[in-house]
Ligand binder design. Structure first.
Ligand code: DQA
Length: 147
């Protein structure tokens, strides 16, 4: 089974970007940990980061029919993007929305997400470990679906 992980804008700067909010790990560290965890459980995992909304939409279109589950941190596009929401709606797969920070305890504009009502679930505010928690949940959901 194939899990797609999408990262939105500025997440390529993790480790350097506001480390007091987003932590010290780089995106490379996070992606490597996700890939290792997925492959040791027998799952295939692909990752993609872009600062461009259309590139994220293209990636979701290309993945149509090819993936079984999607993890996404849409970053700033969380609060703005109907286009990424619509591209996710192409997929009839479980979807988990991840935020490193607790978007509900920051500026008011961050507490609205265009994805929360279409996601299977959300993990927010638990730091980079939220990605691994989301992956564990996704693998469990996909395993349950098989039985
Ligand atoms: C974020 C929260 C967003 O509000 C912000 O624009 C990000 C990262 C998070 O992971 O906490 O870039 O999605």
């Amino acid at each position: 089974k194939h899990i797609l992980v999408l990262h939105g804008p500025n997440l390529n700067m993790l480790g350097k970007r506001e480390p007091q909010i987003y932590g010290k790990l780089s995106l490379k560290d996070i992606d490597a940990a996700l890939k290792e965890r997925a492959s040791s459980a027998g799952f295939l995992l692909s990752t993609f980061q872009s600062n461009h909304e259309g590139a994220l939409v293209d990636c979701l279109q290309e993945a149509f029919g090819q993936v079984h589950g999607i993890l996404i941190n849409p970053a700033a596009f969380t609060h703005t993007s109907v286009a990424i929401r619509d591209a996710l709606l192409l997929h009839d797969t479980p979807l988990i929305e991840v935020h490193i920070s607790n978007i509900h305890k920051r500026e008011a504009f961050r507490s609205h997400s265009y994805f929360s009502d279409i996601a299977t679930g959300q993990i927010v505010g638990l730091g980079a470990r939220g990605y691994l928690l989301a992956l564990d949940a996704m693998m469990a959901i996909l395993t349950d679906k098989e039985d």
